[in-house]
Design a protein around this ligand. Structure first.
Ligand code: PLP
Length: 473
């Protein structure tokens, strides 16, 4: 590759990043070739070549006598299809590989495309820091307590009950248990309703930490086909639970991770009825519920649960800060079993953090912050989809998430994302290989990308380089 080739590609990628991030909007005029060449100390032909490449990708168009203008991308991406899954439950064995992948992705300088984490600048961390100082000052005896049994702060539970009005509630105060995180809430629920060796139905593809929890508790995973638009297949769940033998079902009905799908209300209602009738305890994870893309917050399955059979788990890791380490479960009729597990496994939850969160939720700041955050996530997801369309192999399929901010990408069959991971990391690029979302090792031609960061030219360049690796050159 000669030097001018690299330069024009670099310029094209920078401009593409500015278009993707909205710095250059649809219909905007690009600086003239002459001006860019002068400003960037490039030759005219290098700039022309960069413009030509953007033209070929359908990102800009030349208008006679007027220059180059940003145009709306024409590519419409196909979405992944529903896949069938193995009929038998299986033990899970992903933890070692998962930890290796996640650790590699934390190496300094690696593009933040793997873990589903938001960019710190999108979060109200300064306001939360101020609240920590203020709460600690106003409540100087909070750290004197040693109560393992009833450490939930009533002020926080009150705020959660108030917010539950927007989840099809209100939920009862007595249902709640405050936890260290959503992950802890899920683990406590699993411990409360299963024994080692039991089978748990999961979405396929499933969030890898859920699979890891099953592995650590000696539970088997029964993968249920999941539609990238409408969520877990009820028909498949019906068949799988007909003869008993499924103790629980783990589900993310709003913004499934990695598919981003939202189960329609009618299916949620049917799901609640079916699982209650079959004696399958439901552990619902609603961590992405507040991060919807549509006009209204989708209700969780819990809103349709008449039997107290749904344990609703969530946290504020995706909307306020993953470092808060605070979550909750509204556990329905399993509440006392879950509370017992909380006492056995970790005692109470940090009282200062509980009060900080209660005060933050009480103000109007959270809803204002959520509005801004939803817009940012939507823009970032759109920009990432466009970038994937530009650089990934031609028949790549991409999800159209309705909640959350991860994308599931299905590549041509021959692409093995686990095998290519080392090459990607060597170039400071990261993703989560698809096979880690399945107990049976499906999805080797898939991967998940995080869109939690603003779509900067650096992210655009990372997607371009990743596209080159996945395309085999
Ligand atoms: C579906 C889902 N549940 C739970 C978590 C983890 O939440 P927490 O940080 O509260 O443990 C994540 C984070 O990626 C997630 O995607």
């Amino acid at each position: 590759m000669n030097e001018s080739l690299l330069r024009y590609e670099q310029l094209a990628s920078e401009l593409a990043g500015m278009i993707a991030s909205g710095v250059l909007g649809q219909g905007d005029r690009l600086p003239s070739v002459r001006r860019l060449a002068k400003e960037r100390r490039l030759s005219i032909s290098t700039v022309v070549q960069a413009f030509r490449q953007l033209e070929d990708r359908g990102m800009i168009e030349a208008r006679p006598q007027s220059g180059f203008f940003v145009q709306r991308p024409k590519t419409l991406h196909a979405e992944p299809a529903l896949r069938s899954t193995p009929e038998a439950p299986m033990p899970v064995d992903i933890s070692q590989r998962l930890v290796r992948v996640l650790q590699a992705c934390m190496k300094p300088g690696v593009a933040p495309l793997a873990a589903a984490l938001p960019a710190p600048e999108l979060l109200p961390v300064a306001a939360l820091h101020r609240l920590y100082a203020s709460v600690a000052r106003r409540h100087p005896r909070l750290l004197e307590g040693s109560n393992h049994f009833n450490a939930d702060e009533p002020a926080l539970v009150r705020q959660l009950v108030r917010r539950s009005l927007g989840w099809g509630g209100p939920l009862a105060t007595e249902e709640f248990v405050i936890t260290h995180s959503c992950t802890e809430a899920l683990a406590l629920c699993l411990r409360a309703v299963t024994q080692p060796g039991d089978t748990v139905a999961v979405e396929s593809p499933a969030y890898y930490l859920m699979l890891q929890l099953l592995e650590s508790l000696g539970l088997k995973a029964l993968e249920i086909p999941t539609d990238p638009r409408t969520g877990m297949s009820l028909e498949a769940l019906d068949l799988a639970t007909r003869n008993g033998g499924v103790a629980a079902c783990l589900i993310v009905s709003n913004g499934s991770n990695p598919l981003g799908c939202v189960m329609p209300d009618e299916r949620k209602r049917a799901f609640a009825a079916l699982t209650a009738a079959r004696g399958v305890a439901v552990i619902e994870d609603d961590i992405y519920g507040d991060l919807y893309m549509g006009s209204e917050r989708p209700w969780p399955i819990k809103a349709f649960d008449k039997a107290g059979n749904v344990m609703l788990c969530a946290s504020f890791s995706k909307s306020l800060s993953p470092a808060l380490r605070i979550g909750f479960v509204a556990a329905g009729r399993y509440r006392s079993a879950v509370a017992l597990q909380k006492t056995i496994n970790s005692g109470g939850t940090n009282p200062i953090t509980q009060l900080v969160l209660a005060e933050y939720l009480e103000s109007t700041a959270y809803d204002r912050h959520l509005r801004t955050l939803r817009r940012a996530y939507q823009k970032q997801v759109d920009a990432m989809r466009q970038a994937i369309g530009r650089y990934f192999p031609a028949s790549t399929r991409i999800t159209q998430p309705q909640c959350g901010y991860v994308l599931w990408v299905e590549l041509p069959e021959a692409v093995d994302t686990s095998r290519l991971f080392e090459r990607a990391i060597a170039d400071n690029l990261a993703y989560v290989p698809g096979e880690l979302f399945s107990a049976s090792g499906m999805y080797r031609n898939c991967l998940r990308l995080n869109c939690g960061n603003p779509h900067t030219p650096e992210i655009e360049s990372a997607v371009r380089r990743l596209g080159a690796i996945l395309s085999g050159y």
